[in-house]
Design a protein around this ligand. Structure first.
Ligand SMILES: Cc1cc2nc3c(=O)[nH]c(=O)nc-3n(C[C@H](O)[C@H](O)[C@H](O)COP(=O)(O)O)c2cc1C
Length: 389
C-alpha cells in the first residue's frame, strides 16, 4: 500500500507533468471524462467558461484571494451589482472604434483591455508569460510583466513580438534589485514601469501553500530560489514610504505607474511623488481582505485625479460589459489578472488572444446596445451609479 507521502509525491509529479510538459494539452487530469477533456472541451462562449480549464489543470488555488477571500469575491459581485443604463437612437452605432491611446498619447492599443502583472504563468502553460505576451501582441493589446515571472523579461519581449509591454516591480527592500530590473526593462524596450504599492508585506493566502509545493518545479526567472535575498523579494519593503516611490520615478525616464491605489488620498500622494498614471487595484483581493471592490472606489480616484493623468483599474473584470462599466466610471483602460491564466490553460497564446477577442467583441456590442460609437461616448450616465454608490 502506498504511504500518504508517496501519494503526495505522485500528485506533485502529475501536476508538474501537466504544467510543464510539451504535451500539456494532451494530458487529462484525473477524474475528467473522455468527452470533456482539455483537448475536446470547446465550450468557451465567454471568459467564465475558460476558467474550467484552469480548474482542470488543478491550479485554481494559486489564483485564490487572501484570508476569507471577501475582497476577491466583492470585486466580481460589485461589478454584477452595477447596471448599465442604455440609451436608444442617440447616434449611429453601426461603426464602432475601440482604439485608445494611453500615457498621454505615448501608446496606442486596439482596445482598452490590457493585462495586469501576474506571477508564475508557467503554472498554466509551458510557454508562460511569453505566450501571454504573444496573445496580446496578436490582438494589439498591452501586457504588464510581473517581477515574479517565470520567463526573463528580455526573452518575453523578444520572442513575443508584443509591441506594448510594461514592467512591474515592488518597492523591494534591496533597492539595487529595483534598479537592476528597471535598467533591464529599459534596455529590452519596455515602455513603462508599474510599481505595486500595496504589498508592504505578503498577505496570507491558501495559494501560498500551493506555491511551496509546486513552486519548486518552476523557477522565478528574476529571483531563483537559490537567490540569497529570495525571501525578502517575495514582498516589498514594509518600511517604504512615498519618498521611496519618488526615488523610483527619479531613476528612469520611463513613465512610472502607481498600482494598488484605493483612495483619493493615495492618488494625490502618488501624483505628488512623480507618478505618470494611477492604477486602481486591490491586487485581485490577494492583499488586504476587507477592502472594497475597485469599481466602488474608482469614481473617487477619478474625481481626485481630475483629468491630469490616466486612471486604470483591475479586479474582477471578466466581460466586455464589465469593461464598459469601468470606462463609464472614468478608467482609461481596464486590466485583467486571472484571465491570463484562463486563456493560457485554454490554449496558450491563442487562448489569451481569445480572451481579448471575446471581451473586446462584448464591449463593442455593449456600446451599440447602449448608444455609444466611440469610447468617449461611454460617459458616467451610462451606468446606474445612484443605486450603486
Ligand atoms: C496568480 C496571481 C499573481 C499575481 N501577481 C502579481 C504581481 O506579481 N504583481 C502585482 O502587482 N500584482 C499581481 N497580481 C495581481 C494582479 O496584477 C491584478 O491586480 C489582479 O489579479 C486583478 O484582479 P483579477 O484577477 O480579478 O482580474 C497577481 C494576481 C494573481 C491572480
Amino acid at each position: 500500500m502506498k504511504s500518504p507521502t508517496d501519494k503526495v509525491e505522485e500528485n506533485l509529479i502529475r501536476r508538474k507533468d501537466l504544467m510543464v510538459s510539451d504535451n500539456l494539452r494532451r494530458q487529462v487530469p484525473e477524474g475528467s471524462k473522455k468527452k470533456d477533456t482539455l483537448e475536446t472541451f470547446d465550450g468557451a462562449f465567454n471568459v467564465q467558461d475558460m476558467e474550467q480549464y484552469v480548474k482542470k489543470l488543478g491550479i485554481i488555488e494559486w489564483l485564490g484571494g487572501s484570508e476569507e477571500e471577501r475582497t476577491k469575491d466583492r470585486n466580481l459581485a460589485a461589478l454584477q451589482r452595477l447596471l448599465i443604463r442604455p440609451r436608444a437612437l442617440v447616434r449611429p452605432v453601426g461603426n464602432r472604434d475601440l482604439t485608445t491611446v494611453l500615457l498621454n498619447g505615448k501608446i496606442t492599443v486596439t482596445m482598452p483591455i490590457c493585462f495586469s502583472p501576474s506571477a508564475f504563468q508557467m503554472y498554466a502553460h509551458a510557454d508562460g508569460e511569453t505566450a501571454t505576451a504573444k496573445g496580446c501582441g496578436k490582438a494589439g493589446a498591452l501586457m504588464t510583466l510581473s517581477a515574479w515571472s517565470n520567463k526573463p523579461l528580455e526573452q518575453v519581449k523578444k520572442e513575443s513580438g508584443c509591441e506594448n509591454m510594461w514592467m512591474n516591480v515592488y518597492i523591494f527592500k534591496h533597492r539595487d534589485r529595483i534598479t537592476q530590473l528597471v535598467r533591464r526593462a529599459e534596455n529590452a524596450g519596455y515602455n513603462a514601469i508599474v510599481v505595486s504599492v500595496d504589498i508592504p508585506i505578503l498577505s496570507r493566502r491558501k495559494g501560498s501553500s500551493f506555491y511551496k509545493e509546486v513552486g519548486k518545479f518552476i523557477e522565478a526567472a528574476h529571483f531563483p530560489a537559490s537567490d540569497p535575498q529570495f525571501k525578502d523579494l517575495l514582498a516589498g519593503d514594509p518600511d517604504a514610504t512615498w519618498n521611496d516611490f519618488a526615488e523610483i520615478c527619479k531613476m528612469t525616464t520611463l513613465p512610472v505607474i502607481a498600482k494598488g491605489i484605493m483612495s483619493a488620498e493615495d492618488a494625490r500622494e502618488a501624483l505628488k511623488h512623480g507618478a505618470s498614471a494611477i492604477f486602481v487595484s486591490n491586487h485581485g483581493g490577494r492583499q488586504l481582505d476587507g477592502a472594497p471592490s475597485t469599481i466602488e472606489v474608482l469614481a473617487e480616484v477619478v474625481r481626485e485625479v481630475n483629468g491630469s493623468c490616466d486612471v486604470y483599474v483591475d479586479g474582477g473584470f471578466r466581460s466586455g460589459m464589465d469593461v464598459f462599466k469601468g470606462l463609464a466610471l472614468g478608467a482609461k483602460a481596464v486590466f485583467l489578472g486571472r484571465p491570463a491564466f484562463y486563456g493560457l490553460a485554454y490554449n496558450g497564446s491563442d487562448g489569451v488572444q481569445k480572451v481579448l477577442e471575446i471581451m473586446s467583441e462584448q464591449l463593442s456590442r455593449t456600446m451599440a446596445l447602449s448608444g455609444c460609437a466611440k469610447l468617449s461616448d461611454i460617459t458616467p450616465d451610462r451606468v446606474m451609479t445612484a443605486a450603486f454608490l
